[in-house]
Design a protein around this ligand. Structure first.
Ligand code: NAD
Length: 351
């Protein structure tokens, strides 16, 4: 066995009610003028959070949008300058965290995150910006949040449908971390535990969204999945989701949910250790069908067609995937890729 592992300097404060510790986190970082970021839909929660800071809140910017359009990033950067902010507080899912990272990339301002979905962006140094329908991404240590406060109480209002797809988005990070070119034993331990915890928690969340124990387990799993994402290089699954979201505007988390079983079916035979970990985590001999059946049993979309993709779109997806290099445990031909996409388009593994 040989591997390289580099720990990211992450600080995590976790637990029901931990939102109240937020002012201490800002104080630790010496921040006195925070710009509070959110989506329009989470403005009320952002205001409630801002109230914890009193005078240390420099202002609010509540226009975060999926995939960080450059014009939104520019408006947020201007708000940070105009308010004299010395840091940002991102309250929300991956879109809001992504906006905080866009500000950090430009200005170096530190970001504190309060995640409210299971997307995991708060654990990674990966930024993204979308311009003219194309999303650019990159890794930069300066965008890695300085402190992350995970409070499961904030996730009880996350609708079940979003909880399930966001949870599978997280599971996809762990699956691809298990067979990443830079996988390592510590990441594999985190990934296996992360999948186990989400696979157990999501049905309980779907049965009772207010169940704080289930929400706690789901958020703990999502944190671990995000840490796996931050520590490794993603493969075919993330490449395809990036293309399907960027070029065809398919919804981010739902696309991850539908596609994952098909990529797992293609890749796991070439990644036996990852397959074994997932079999243990999911308590099954057939990981791809277990993933597909779990998602559909919890009400997730069953096929890419349901998300708006058509057969005519497949050639473009294949072309883009074949021309943009990505890591993968095995090489994939255009024919194999097309056949994977045809299956996902139809939902052939959905129970
Ligand atoms: P999102 O942040 O857009 O949130 C989805 C919707 O749910 C929004 O309308 C939001 O207002 C609402 N919402 C969020 N939390 C809620 C809550 N607790 N209660 C009620 N409503 C709530 O979606 P997402 O799936 O969290 O993030 C997706 C984005 O994150 C994509 O752009 C993706 O590319 C990015 N992402 C980046 C990384 C990275 O490492 N850079 C990792 C994962 C995801």
């Amino acid at each position: 066995m040989s591997f390289t592992y580099e720990a990211l300097p992450m600080r995590v404060v976790f637990g029901a009610g931990s939102l109240r510790q937020l002012p201490e986190e800002a104080e630790r970082l010496g921040l006195r003028r925070l710009l509070v970021l959110s989506t329009p839909g989470q403005r009320a929660l952002a205001e409630q959070t801002a109230a914890l800071f009193g005078d240390a809140c420099a202002g609010m910017f509540s226009e975060a949008r999926m995939h960080v359009p450059v014009e939104v990033a520019e408006a947020a950067r201007a708000a940070a300058r105009d308010t004299g902010a010395d840091g940002c507080l991102a309250v929300g899912g991956g879109s809001t965290v992504g906006l905080g990272k866009a500000i950090a990339l430009d200005s170096g301002l530190p970001v504190i995150c309060v995640p409210t979905t299971y997307a995991g962006s708060e654990m990674t140094p990966v930024w993204g910006l979308t311009e003219n329908g194309r999303k650019r991404t990159g890794r930069d240590r300066s965008v890695l949040p300085r402190s992350v406060v995970y409070d499961p109480e904030l996730t009880v209002r996350l609708p079940v449908e979003v909880s399930v797809t966001s949870g599978f988005n997280a599971v996809a990070h762990a699956v691809e971390a298990l067979y990443a070119p830079d996988a390592s034993p510590i990441v594999s331990v985190m990934a296996e535990e992360a999948v186990r915890s989400l696979a157990t928690a999501l049905p309980a969340v779907a049965a009772d969204p207010l169940d704080i124990d289930a929400r706690t387990d789901a958020l703990r799993g999502a944190w671990l999945c995000g840490a796996c994402l931050g520590a490794t290089t993603m493969s075919l699954h993330h490449k395809l989701c990036h293309i399907l979201g960027g070029t065809f505007d398919l919804p981010h988390a739902a696309t991850h949910t539908v596609l994952l079983p098909y990529v797992a079916a293609l890749n796991l035979p070439a990644a036996p250790a990852a397959d074994q970990s997932l079999r243990r985590a999911l308590d099954t001999d057939a990981v791809p069908t277990r993933l597909a059946h779990l998602a559909t049993a919890l009400g997730a979309p069953r096929s890419l067609a349901e998300l708006g993709l058509t057969e005519a779109d497949l050639a473009e997806v294949v072309t883009q995937a074949q021309t943009q290099p990505y890591a993968n445990p095995r090489p994939v031909t255009a024919q194999e890729l097309r056949s994977l996409l045809v299956d996902a388009l139809k939902g052939s593994l959905a129970g």
